[in-house]
Ligand binder design. Structure first.
Ligand code: 13P
Ligand code: SF4
Length: 354
């Protein structure tokens, strides 16, 4: 839907008043009305890297979700302030692993006698506390664009990986990309005593997957894939690795949001695509590539937007930019120093992956 012209003008004016003092980052799942004001757009990896690319900017306005803004704060200098235009923009997956639960899990692994063999690999979609736990225990962060490299690295450091919080990205990477078997993976359920696992199961496993998932990507099903193939002969199915294993196994291409965009840019005219990822991005790509004769549809019309990504709308962005231009620092995301030090260790291990 077209943006309110008055709000567009106010956003433009506030940004102009701030000049080089502000740097706006936008994740690919953001609304069109917001993404038009991003100085840089990207997937989670690219945004983490680019957040540190403008040290002269006093304010980093992060159009994305809370864990991304925390990561930007960790990776930028102390005098740069990271602002999230709506504090309610969280991530249900990140909320599925709390610091207490993860500490308890580590106790379970210790009691099973395997903690020393385990390297934690945490998905970017996790709180700063979880990233700090990861750094403290010799692990790394990964995103959907480097999960394979992160796991290769982790298996050079130890024999087992605790992957959290997204069981699907962990399983898909291990099984689809690295040739492990489904039996090499166990699922740790933080709501059950001992994660619902016996010490024998933990000792036998190579991948200990946290029982978390994305509430958006988790809704694509094998039926969605079968239906779209029946409806559109010759369609290429391209999905995000946060989808369930059976969906990923049935797809033709799998990758991060940045990969999805690059794949469609390189696709020939006349090709047909069904995309399994967040709807704002799929719609934008469908509109962008229609004039080139590429037909792009949403993999499952019953799946909807990521409601927390959508919290950042033009009114919130205008409010944040105008407040900053008026000298009022609003909605700052600031990670405490101790958490930051260990979380940074884990993030820097990711940035140093080959
Ligand atoms: P990427 O942009 O890294 O593919 O991540 C997708 C996502 O779910 C972010 O919340
Ligand atoms: Fe979290 Fe899923 Fe939304 Fe990404 S799409 S922010 S993983 S709920």
């Amino acid at each position: 839907s077209p943006s309110d012209p008055d709000l567009v003008e106010r956003a433009r004016a506030a940004k102009a008043r701030l000049g080089d003092k502000v740097f706006v980052l936008g994740h690919h799942y953001q609304r069109d009305e917001v993404i038009q004001f991003a100085d840089v757009t990207g997937d989670s990896f690219k945004l983490a890297r680019d957040a540190a690319a403008r040290p002269e900017a006093e304010y980093i306005v992060f159009c994305g979700v809370h864990f991304m803004a925390e990561s930007a704060d960790i990776l930028t200098s102390d005098d740069q302030k990271v602002v999230l235009p709506d504090l309610a923009a969280g991530c249900s997956m990140a909320d599925m692993a709390t610091a207490e639960q993860v500490a308890e899990c580590w106790d379970v692994l210790t009691e099973a006698g395997i903690a020393e063999q385990v390297v934690p690999v945490s998905y970017m979609n996790s709180s700063a506390d979880i990233k700090a736990f990861t750094g403290k225990h010799g692990g790394t962060i990964c995103t959907s664009s480097n999960a394979r490299r992160a796991l290769d690295w982790a298996f050079e450091q130890g024999e087992k990986v605790l992957f959290l919080p997204d069981q699907h990205l962990g399983r898909n990477t291990a099984v689809r990309d690295m040739g492990m078997s489904l039996d090499d993976c166990v699922v740790y359920n933080p709501h059950k005593p001992n994660g619902g696992l016996t010490a024998e199961q933990l000792r036998a496993a190579k991948m200990i997957l946290w029982r978390g998932h994305c509430s958006v990507h988790g809704r694509f099903s094998l039926d969605s894939v079968d239906d779209v193939r029946a409806r559109i002969p010759g369609v290429n199915v391209l999905v995000h690795p946060e989808c369930k294993h059976e969906v990923v196994a049935a797809a033709d291409y799998v990758g991060s949001t940045e990969y999805i965009i690059k794949t469609l840019e390189a696709a020939p005219a006349g090709s047909k695509w069904a995309i399994g990822t967040e709807l704002n991005l799929v719609r934008r790509l469908a509109n962008r590539f229609a004039p080139e004769g590429k037909e792009i549809v949403f993999l499952d019309r019953t799946v909807c937007f990521c409601s927390t990504m959508n919290r950042i709308d033009l009114p919130h962005l205008v409010w944040a930019l105008e407040s900053l231009a008026d000298g009022n620092l609003v909605n700052r995301i600031e990670v405490d120093k101790e958490t930051e030090a260990f979380a940074k260790l884990a993030l820097e291990r990711m940035l140093a992956l080959p």
